[in-house]
Write a protein that binds this ligand. Sequence first.
Ligand SMILES: Cc1cc2nc3c(=O)[nH]c(=O)nc-3n(C[C@H](O)[C@H](O)[C@H](O)COP(=O)(O)OP(=O)(O)OC[C@H]3O[C@@H](n4cnc5c(N)ncnc54)[C@H](O)[C@@H]3O)c2cc1C
Length: 522
Amino acid sequence: MTRNYPYSVDVAIVGSGPTGAAYARILSELSPEATIATFEVGPQLTATPGMHVKNISDLAERAVAQRRSEGPAASGQISTGGPVDTMDGYADAAPRLVRPGTFLLPDGYRQEGEDGLPAAAMSSNVGGMGAHWTGACPRPGGQERVAFLDDLDELLDEAERLLSVDAHAFDDAPFSAEVRKRLADAVDDGRAEDRRVASMPLAVVRHDDGSLTWSGSDAVFGDSTRANPNFELFDESLVARVLTDAGTGAARGVRVRDLQTGEEHEVAARFVVVAGDSLRTPQLLWASNVRPRALGRYLNDQPQTVYAVRLRDVEPDEVADDIPEAAEITKQSGVNWVPFTDDEPFHGQVMQLDASPVPLAGDEPGRGTIVGLGWFCAKDLQESDRVEFDDDAVDPYGMPKMRIHYTLSEADHRSLEASRASILRAAAALGEPLDDSAPLTFPPGASLHYQGSVRMGAVDDGTSVCGPTSEVWAAPGLFVAGNGVIPTSIACNPTLLAVALAVGGARDIASRLTARSGEERN
Ligand SMILES: Cc1cc2nc3c(=O)[nH]c(=O)nc-3n(C[C@H](O)[C@H](O)[C@H](O)COP(=O)(O)OP(=O)(O)OC[C@H]3O[C@@H](n4cnc5c(N)ncnc54)[C@H](O)[C@@H]3O)c2cc1C
């Protein structure tokens, strides 16, 4: 049966991950009279749209939700089997690492003689990857910051509000404070206050009984979007084209394919926001013949090194009884943060026990005594690192097929080498290695943080796709969202920054909608 897609809306949003949801939320708050439709190619997994799968307590149901998120091949192959712990396989040294709830590019991820992005992954579901993520929300620092955005700090404040970020959710986790102290003693000297070792800000609400609610897009949508009678969300709806005016290039709507029936519909829209992730946002622009020179270029992922140690000089049993029964802190317990600085350009994520990125094979440690360290590097940005699209061949969704060109430069190899030395220094401050193996480097793409493919710029000089409020150059009314918009080379987890940039874009649309209703009244 055909669904009731609208004929016309003020704002059409493509994708329901955290950045698409941020547009819906800010517009619901600032322009409640505006009509908004969000189109999501994947299925809605939970009654409340966009919930994090970790909030589904039944493990079999959680596994089904993860399988349903795993792209075009997922539909029809749903079983209750498979991993449900979203950290499973995290330390797998396999060349194509894949996490539950995500799916890999079937091909085209590496070209002859290049490194490629073999672990490049996506999620297709209401909530996007934000239904599966770890929730680490550090602020960018030093060269990671977008220098031409004067209001960046205020936008980041707002992104923290939307994502319900808590910097102290696990402060009482076993040995978390001890880990922080040892790291601080080792690295804090000479650092600015906001760049010192700290608890990792996480998108999670810890309730009084210790139970947790992880933020997915549901948190970002918030009650104001859910209660907005002018907002609608359509799942299993692929936006196949953005429609633009042939003369002005301005956005005028979207063509949507109802995956339940195969029928296509045109929905007119004054503003179109494409928030389809860093690979599929440029794909949709390409398919729509919106092809600025920088489209798909400057693609970057964060090269990643991991290591693990056993904390020295601690008594594992002394804390075991102190944890409230309902507390779920073991899952991500003691997530600590070694911030990026220009002098020490690595983002350090330090996790304990079963949150460790390194497997604990056969090991029965005391809670919190095994510490996993993950060091992310900032990529040496190259225009030639890019996702290209095919005008003739299509992917399983029928969209232009992707081909990734990606190479780690000499500078990247030096950076990885330096990250190994840096992680070993931090590890030595904490304890002893689990064995004599060297730090492990993950395959490119494993960070799941792909940036740059629709990057923002201060001016239209051919090195960017959109301006400072995310509006695509020479395509008035067309906005892009997601990690792809991030113009700087960042090592820290990108979602907070991407949501902050989305807030700026949504405010721009809201102010133009307000100006238009003012004109119509006069
Ligand atoms: C296991 C895991 C752990 C992670 N941990 C962290 C972390 O700790 N911190 C962090 O910052 N980030 C983390 N990430 C990454 C984080 O989830 C992403 O940065 C974030 O979800 C990006 O939000 P987004 O809205 O831009 O894109 P997404 O969440 O990817 O959502 C994009 C949505 O658009 C839809 N879509 C695409 N094209 C179309 C189309 N043509 N028509 C309709 N719909 C379309 C997709 O199906 C998808 O649902 C993690 C990811 C995973 C999988």
